[in-house]
Design a protein around this ligand. Structure first.
Ligand SMILES: Cc1cc2nc3c(=O)[nH]c(=O)nc-3n(C[C@H](O)[C@H](O)[C@H](O)COP(=O)(O)OP(=O)(O)OC[C@H]3O[C@@H](n4cnc5c(N)ncnc54)[C@H](O)[C@@H]3O)c2cc1C
Length: 461
């Protein structure tokens, strides 16, 4: 039996692409090597030792970026719902109150109202007020979705507008850590995508976390007749002048006219000839999670996310040490619904991490290092919250975990520094989508899956 399309990966981009293809009666199968969907944005559970309760963790969801109110026109999230034909209410979004960028000598907040962000920048950097208005206006008019645009350094653009180094560092820091495959800098189109996603549109979280999103996508796909095979990896992509199909890890050859891959560009090319023919990205992360007895610590803190940096210079790169605690993303997921105070609380602290160090350690050393990192993250949490809640359960994941569950070479989270914006590869009929097409994050990857399916699966016949 021959398929119209094979989608590799049941992450956000793969599920969204699958829905679009199935919606227009394409015969499509999604192959997922893991036993559940979600990829970098998945979930797991652990038992709390003292109470024996099962606690559900999200892996990648700190924030659903690109918040839009119901029906708000021109917003990426509204477009996404329209394309997937999922009603807004089904996401059951809980909005943030504020999030904060905190460096050693200044901080500013942003919310889901862009005027609040603008006023915070004006107050914190009064001498840059006019320059900031011109900069903001320029980003709002910029066409960041132009698929033919080449790389432009975001730092070089910031230099053209601003004199204050601290403002430039603080503006770019959250955008780098939420979506740059490049160390120290990012492509200006990507900067604008992230600037709008964070500062202009803002954050929310679906009630029930990532499972809500995945359940919606999976059930939509299945309703449309789409097929999904778990624990079935793409072992090699077969090419006979053009793509002819995929051989699975179970040894089965599946024939298809088109293959859409969300594995990553180097991983996809490696599946053809065993060689990486694209640069492997260096950015990976480790995260400490704490489950607390109750949520009373939220009385002291309203922020949902704090982009923390202990100096005025932000270092965004693969650290030389095993992890870098000089900066962190500190996340309080319960602050999306500050009224809801029943149950246990969750605290998450993410650091940049060095994949090579984490994978080279013996099991005992690995465990000790995870412990050390978790202790350091807890010290930071106490300082930021100015309270010390009782911890019931701790957990940690590292770049080793990312590699194990998603297959991304070197545990890379933001993919290769080579982005194929139109999704095309050197092989006819084989397309990349998701992270290495260039749209990142949860909303970005879904939009990537949709646009690649539309462009190459539907419009091209
Ligand atoms: C710690 C962390 C925090 C994050 N926080 C946020 C956040 O707060 N907000 C946000 O918007 N984004 C966040 N992200 C990023 C977001 O999760 C990703 O950008 C997005 O999920 C990428 O989706 P994707 O479909 O492109 O790729 P992936 O999620 O990587 O999906 C690829 C899928 O392909 C499968 N696969 C790989 N190889 C094969 C193979 N050979 N055969 C079959 N299947 C295969 C993988 O198992 C995976 O399911 C975070 C990520 C991490 C790791």
């Amino acid at each position: 039996m021959k398929y119209d399309a094979i989608v590799i990966g049941a992450g956000m981009s793969g599920l969204a692409a699958g829905i679009r293809l199935a919606m227009f009666d394409k015969k499509v199968v999604i192959l997922e090597k893991h036993s559940i969907s979600g990829g970098l944005n998945s979930y797991y559970q652990r038992r709390i030792p003292s109470t024996k309760e099962l606690f559900k963790f999200d892996v990648g969801l700190h924030a659903l970026t690109n918040f839009a109110k119901k029906g708000e026109r021109g917003r990426p999230f509204t477009k996404l719902l329209k394309q997937l034909r999922i009603p807004y209410e089904e996401f059951n979004l809980k909005e943030q109150t504020t999030s904060k960028v905190q460096f050693s000598s200044a901080s500013f907040r942003f919310s889901n109202e862009v005027d609040y962000f603008i006023s915070q920048i004006e107050e914190t950097f009064p001498s840059e007020r006019d320059s900031f208005h011109s900069f903001h206006q320029m980003t709002m008019e910029y066409n960041e979705t132009d698929l033919s645009a080449g790389y432009v350094s975001a730092r070089a653009v910031l230099d053209q507008y601003f004199k204050e180094e601290l403002l430039k560092e603080m503006l770019i820091a959250p955008l780098l850590i939420y979506g740059s495959a490049w160390e120290h800098d990012m492509d200006f189109s990507q900067f604008v995508i992230m600037y709008k996603a964070l500062y202009v549109e803002g954050f929310s979280r679906p009630e029930g976390g990532v499972r809500t999103i995945l359940n919606l996508l999976e059930s939509r796909y299945k309703e449309l007749g789409g097929e999904i095979r778990y624990r079935t990896g793409a072992s090699s992509i077969e090419v006979d002048k053009k793509v002819s199909g995929v051989t699975t890890t179970k040894g089965e050859f599946i024939a298809a006219d088109k293959v859409f891959s969300s594995m990553g560009l180097p991983e996809t090319m490696q599946a053809i000839d065993g060689e990486f023919s694209a640069p492997v990205g260096k950015l990976s992360f480790c995260e400490s999670l704490f489950i607390t007895e109750n949520k009373s610590f939220l009385d002291n803190i309203e922020d949902t996310i704090i982009f923390y940096n202990d100096s005025d210079k932000y270092l965004y790169r693969k650290p030389e040490s095993i992890y870098d605690s000089s900066s962190a993303v500190f996340c309080l997921p319960d602050n999306y619904e500050r009224k809801q105070r029943e149950g246990h609380g969750t605290i998450r602290v993410t650091y940049m991490a060095n994949f090579d160090h984490w994978v080279s350690k013996e099991e005992e050393v690995y465990k000790k290092l995870k412990n050390k990192m978790s202790e350091e993250a807890w010290e930071l949490s106490k300082r930021l919250m100015q309270s010390e809640p009782t911890i019931l359960l701790k957990d940690v994941f590292t770049p080793r975990t990312v590699k194990k569950y998603t297959g991304h070479i070197e545990g890379t989270v933001y993919g290769s520094t080579q982005k194929n914006k139109d999704g095309r590869t050197s092989v006819d009929g084989l397309y990349v989508m998701g992270t290495d097409q260039g749209f990142l994050g949860i909303v970005g990857s879904m939009l990537s899956g949709i646009s690649m399916a539309n462009l190459h699966g539907l419009m091209e016949g």
